[in-house]
Design a protein around this ligand. Structure first.
Ligand code: SF4
Length: 62
């Protein structure tokens, strides 16, 4: 959250979310994530694809 230059990472109940409408794809968060849980959208592993929609839904329901 601290490295994001546009402050678009938010903490949810059970995970962190990235606002896709504000993110500028700079990759700063991906580089520092301690558990390597962040991917550029076109590099998300197939088994984690469901998180793309889950992430967007979080901001649509705000
Ligand atoms: S890739 Fe997006 S979420 Fe990550 S630090 Fe850059 S702007 Fe923020």
């Amino acid at each position: 959250m601290e490295v994001c230059p546009v402050d678009c990472i938010e903490e949810g109940k059970d995970m962190f979310y990235i606002d896709p409408d504000i993110c500028i794809d700079c990759g700063a968060c991906e580089a520092v994530c301690p558990v390597e849980a962040i991917y550029m959208e076109d590099e998300v592993p197939a088994e984690e694809n469901e998180y793309i929609a889950l992430n967007r839904k979080f901001f649509e329901e705000k």
